[in-house]
Design a protein around this ligand. Structure first.
Ligand code: C2E
Ligand code: MG
Ligand code: MG
Length: 292
């Protein structure tokens, strides 16, 4: 019946709907509006060479400041977007926007920075992702060798042979692939073996318990060793201390990110604090906006 009356009308809200489903529905309508009206923004978390402390690349992370509810956690609105199919439009926006901002950074003197973008498996299932990537690389050919797509293993993956085909096509375009949130979720070792990935991102839930939690230490060091033997580069998410960095270095994991180095930053904050010649942060104070 809601369909007959039309979208974006308040008759959508039936008296029998409970508070939660009303909120979910209004969030969906608001998210649709936010994507169409550029109300989303991007922040970038620096990816670090753990041996030198240099910034080697950036991971784009989407933020949504809702006009009434304020900042909505990305895990919440990304899940909502995945459940409703809005992730396709959101994902396209993220690709375009981050590629544009990356071009800006390259021109500003940081041509060495790589760009990681999170891709939902819903996007991977659609041929439109390949077309979008193809168009993007036509416009910005330099991007191919700088771009890595993060694919989360935290959700159940259906039709894995189709996903692997899509991954191979993306690799064929010269774009890198990372398996995100490794250790959580649904990626079997069999699937890992079949995926044409370049990076294994060990989930922050393990990294954050290093170095003292015995099980996390075993899981992390084993994941690093396995990646190495498979010819994949390991990467640690959510590093918050010197001790964690030390543990990772001693197990030959040389790439990571986390608030120990830097929280996600806006482009302006990056330009202000990152020395383009050294790739190191200067000691300029960042006044963190409440965007993060
Ligand atoms: P992710 O791809 O694993 O991104 C890393 C998350 O860890 C980010 O959370 C980042 O802020 C957080 N993080 C990094 N270092 C630390 C740390 O030291 N301490 C803590 N507490 N957190 C740290 P964020 O930005 O909230 O994003 C959560 C997830 O939402 C992402 O996890 C990703 O799966 C998803 N996501 C975010 N933006 C996008 C997007 O544009 N598209 C898609 N498909 N997913 C996105
Ligand atoms: Mg990621
Ligand atoms: Mg992750």
């Amino acid at each position: 019946e809601a369909k007959r009356i039309g979208r974006n009308t308040f008759s959508f809200f039936k008296p029998h709907m409970d508070f939660e489903s009303k909120r979910a529905l209004s969030l969906e309508l608001d998210l649709r509006h936010a994507i169409e009206h550029e109300e989303l923004s991007l922040v970038f978390q620096p990816l670090i060479d753990l041996r030198t402390g240099k910034v080697t690349g950036l991971e784009a992370l989407t933020r949504w400041h809702h006009p009434i509810e304020g900042d909505i956690p990305s895990t919440e609105f990304i899940k909502r977007a995945e459940d409703t199919g809005l992730i396709i439009a959101l994902g396209k926006w993220v690709l375009r926007k981050s590629a544009m901002l990356m071009t800006q950074l390259h021109l500003a003197g940081y041509p060495y920075l790589s760009l990681s973008i999170n891709i939902s498996h819903h996007q991977l299932e659609r041929f439109s992702l390949i077309t979008t990537l193809h168009d993007l690389l036509q416009e910005m050919p330099f991007l191919a060798e700088k771009l890595t797509l993060d694919i989360s293993g935290s959700l159940p993956l259906h039709n894995t042979s189709q996903l692997i085909d899509a991954m191979k096509q993306i690799k064929g375009m010269g774009i890198g692939l990372a398996l995100d949130d490794f250790g959580t979720g649904f990626v079997s070792l069999e699937l890992l073996q079949k995926m044409p990935i370049d990076y294994l991102k060990v989930d922050l839930s393990f990294i954050q318990k290093l170095p003292n939690d015995h099980d996390s230490a075993v899981i992390t060091s084993t994941a690093i060793m396995m990646a190495k033997k498979l010819g994949i580069t390991s990467h640690a998410e959510g590093i918050v201390s010197q001790e964690q960095q030390q543990f990772l270095l001693s197990h030959h994991c040389f790439s990571g990110q986390g608030n120990f180095y830097s929280a996600p930053l806006t482009i302006d904050e990056l330009l202000y604090t990152l020395d383009e010649n050294t790739g190191l942060f200067t000691d300029k104070q960042v006044l963190y906006s409440d965007q993060k």
